[in-house]
Ligand binder design. Structure first.
Ligand SMILES: Nc1ncnc2c1ncn2[C@@H]1O[C@H](COP(=O)(O)OP(=O)(O)OP(=O)(O)O)[C@@H](O)[C@H]1O
Ligand SMILES: [Mg+2]
Length: 366
């Protein structure tokens, strides 16, 4: 039985749909992320699941039980908010114990469970600390311990890492994933940061304007997006309009502004001849290809270099990794006079390109 099953969930504010016909099923122990741009209805969805907001339509089942009309305190869910609030006048342990105390769990059991929850988030021994004396990452851990201590069926997390800097966010993502596995709790994680979602989740759903437009394992969504919106929202993609001029099984040959591209097809509109093709930067190889263009922009990005290549008016992004330790040799060689070894992108240079992977995508509002 699924941990969470949502059907036809909807909510409007003053006649405007914030969430429309959202259906979702989360398996037990799954890490599921809901992503989408600002204002697409993520928080509204979570608040309805938590029982903090009444839906206009739809049903919510937790562990098979219909909880649609139950208040928040009678649902096996907890929510971690973006602007997490710890009680400043309580110790870390008292913060974590708060919910247990309110539901009448006797003190000895409370102490055991608080100690277990703090161990789980790697804060064993921090119980007597004052929340003000913790780092941002440690406060996140306390908030997580507080939400996990009463063993919810589903934990709802609303952008809990948004306020952390990039390095700490990366560390906390790995920690969230570990804690989710160790606690065997089902996580529904909301964010507009596609990288976080892809690195942590078993499955991801992409939301747009109140509805879910695609869902699946991160690799599937990234490498075979069904719509232009999903292709562009999940990382960088060049999307070109084109006409199908030939087919070979699952592959379509598409004439685009940049030239002919072979694309695999996942979409429902793949029988129409006017299509759109999504190309990831890492799926384009420089040299030895059918497309020709001119480098119009080049940027050094650390471990890789990126160039924008103008192909007949269409702009493709190309990325090339710099091999570890090899870059100095290559750069020295550019002075050494062997131009074939110059692997840097140069603005103004004519190049040929090969598109190794491309996907047909739907171009509508989906
Ligand atoms: N209480 C409310 N009253 C009126 N409109 C609301 C209310 N709550 C949300 N909305 C509107 O519903 C839409 C969805 O809001 P929501 O907070 O769910 O977006 P979100 O996806 O969480 O965005 P963000 O990524 O910025 O947090 C927005 O247009 C918002 O203005
Ligand atoms: Mg929100």
């Amino acid at each position: 039985m699924s941990a969470l099953a949502v059907e036809g969930l909807g909510k409007a504010f003053a006649g405007e749909h914030a969430v429309e016909d959202v259906s979702l099923t989360l398996e037990r122990g799954e890490f599921f992320s809901l992503i989408g741009p600002s204002g697409c209805g993520k928080t509204t969805t979570l608040r309805m699941l938590a029982g903090l907001l009444d839906p206009d339509s739809g049903t919510i089942r937790i562990d098979g039980t219909d909880v649609t009309d139950r208040p928040a305190r009678n649902r096996a869910t907890n929510m971690v908010f973006q602007d997490l609030v710890l009680f400043p006048h309580m110790t870390v342990a008292e913060n974590v114990a708060y919910g247990l105390a309110r539901s009448g769990v006797p003190k000895p059991e409370r102490q055991t469970r608080v100690a277990e929850a703090l161990d789980l988030v790697d804060l064993g021994g921090f119980g007597e600390r004052d929340p003000a004396d913790l780092s941002g990452g440690q406060r996140q851990r306390v908030a997580l311990a507080r939400a996990l201590v009463n063993d919810p069926e589903v934990l709802l997390l609303d952008e809990p890492l948004a306020s952390l800097d990039r390095a700490l966010r990366g560390e906390m993502q790995r920690e969230f994933r570990r804690i989710q596995r160790d606690s065997e709790t089902t996580f529904l994680y909301v964010t507009h940061d596609q990288e976080s979602a892809m690195s942590m989740s078993d499955r991801v759903a992409v939301m747009r304007a109140g509805g879910i437009v695609d869902r699946g394992p991160p690799r599937r969504l990234y490498s075979r997006p069904r719509t232009r919106f999903v292709a562009e929202f999940l990382g960088d993609a060049t999307v070109l309009d084109g006409e199908v001029v030939g087919r070979n099984g699952e592959t379509a040959v598409v004439e685009t502004q940049a030239g002919r591209v072979s694309a695999t097809s996942e979409t429902a509109n793949d029988h129409s001849d006017s299509v759109a093709v999504a190309i990831r930067p890492e799926a384009v190889t420089l040299g030895d290809g059918d497309l020709t263009g001119e480098v119009v922009d080049a940027a050094y990005k650390g471990f890789y270099e990126e160039a924008t290549v103008d192909c007949g008016g269409a702009r493709l992004t190309v990325r090339r990794e710099r091999s570890a330790g090899g870059s100095t040799v290559q750069e020295a060689s550019t002075d050494g006079g062997d131009p074939s070894r110059d692997r840097r992108f140069r603005v103004g240079k004519s190049v040929s390109l090969r598109v190794d992977r491309a996907v047909l995508v739907e171009d509508g509002d989906g």
